[in-house]
Design a protein around this ligand. Structure first.
Ligand SMILES: [Cu+2]
Length: 137
């Protein structure tokens, strides 16, 4: 009889069943999270993404480097670091990425060079051509 079966189950058994079910649910959720985590790691931007670090220094009105040619392949992450003793702005033409820097501070700008071509990186206040970024397909 159903009633007898239910009564024969001790409260401890019921708790054990509930806990067991909860453990299964949590384990399933963990698997999903792990699967998603691994999936995103192999996405468009993984740890394999090449990185080109470019430094810019503005000191006493002099911008370094000056029109330096840099070649990267499409998909490279560009990480620009600007150190300046005056207020200025660094502009990546074509990608239209811009970062402002305050006197005595360091500013960074990071973007993926996902379009081939030749792009000028210049300062806007001191108006100097800093880099010529060549992005190869
Ligand atoms: Cu500009």
């Amino acid at each position: 009889m159903p009633d007898q079966t239910r009564e024969s189950r001790s409260p401890t058994t019921k708790v054990a069943v509930v806990v067991g079910a909860a453990v299964v649910v949590v384990a399933a959720m963990l698997l999903v999270v792990l699967a998603l985590g691994v999936g995103s790691g192999t996405g468009s931007e993984s740890s394999d993404t090449p990185v080109e670090r470019l430094e810019v220094t503005i000191e006493d009105g002099t911008v370094t480097p000056n029109a330096r040619r840099v070649e990267v392949t499409e998909g490279t992450r560009i990480e620009l670091t600007v150190t300046s003793d005056e207020e200025d702005a660094l502009h990546v033409h074509g990608y239209d990425e811009e970062v402002e820097v305050q006197p005595g501070e360091t500013a960074t700008l990071s973007f993926i060079a996902d379009r081939a071509g030749r792009f000028e990186i210049e300062t806007h206040h001191t108006e100097q051509l800093v880099y010529q970024l060549i992005v190869k397909p």
